[in-house]
Design a protein around this ligand. Sequence first.
Ligand SMILES: [Zn+2]
Length: 368
Amino acid sequence: MVARLGLGSIAPAVVAFGACTDPDLGPGPQEPAELVITPVDGARLCAGTERWAAIEIERVEAETGLVPAVSLPISLGQAAVDERCVIPGDTATVLGCTLDDHGSLHVFTTPDALSHELVHGLRRSYELETRAMFEEGFAEAIDGSDAYPRYVALDPAEVSEASWPEALVQQDYVEFRSEERYRVATHFVAFLQAEHGPEAVASFMTGGIDGSAEAALIRFETSFGTTLAERAQAWRDAGEQGFGRGDPCSEGITPIPPDEAVELVVEVDCDDPDTLGLQGVDELAWVRRCVSTAAGVHTVALDTASGRVRWDSVPGTCAEGSSELDAAPKRVEAGVEGVLELAACTWAVTFESTEDQPERFVLALGPG
Ligand SMILES: [Zn+2]
């Protein structure tokens, strides 16, 4: 299963580009084009998401160097993605897509993939297009915030030659579309950003329209002063890298003493600025708290109407030698009383509600 995949350019609109055309980026729209986020029918954006989305839009515009050239409607919510982005018979988990909807662009996305899809939407509003590897790697490298952090671990030594950047640049979307290839593209673009600066990468991305791999390779060499093959080798030589953006625990971490019973009481209330996501028609509203735990067995009981609590260890925080199983994500459902085997980590604990009204969670933890 592919964990996340933006469909990006497999949209129905197929535009025939010349070999290497200069896109018309200036002087820009006479009046700023509209970028409007609307929740799917029957749902509403929670207060935290309204605030977060406004910040993300500004950040993505700054990092891509693009403001919308045409009106860009964005439908937010899982139901919008399920209706418009999912290809029948394709089992990949799709989080968003940017489509040409009867001649005008439209973004359909979960909040999780909003920033990634915004990159596609902004680029397509200028009809910018290069190879799938760069489109997806760039969108992935810009994605990631404290609300929806991204972490992609990859060791180039374990990547097969068919997924090296030299091979990926030759691939169209159909060939490119695999989890490993997305990860390579993300890491390679992040490597270029680290080596040449984010501005150089943004400028390469807006610097032309590539109708073929050859055109992209020529533009790459002009932009970065070296060949893609040379950069790809340097990326492999750099060894194992962790790509990460966003800190899920930027609001603070509560230590859970190993011998004490504690209760985490959380109200998921869509009107509260601490609550993100959407409310209504089975969309997910959520609040996150961070805790650190000692290794071992903890008793757990969750008292709430229907929600659940997700435990995700924060990459890089688990004690050395932690069991992989104990550091793996956990779920606690409403009404559950049981035990959790936890590694000594910092955990992002997310309280998820699909209720149509505020939901109160009492999560009781104790020594096992
Ligand atoms: Zn994408």
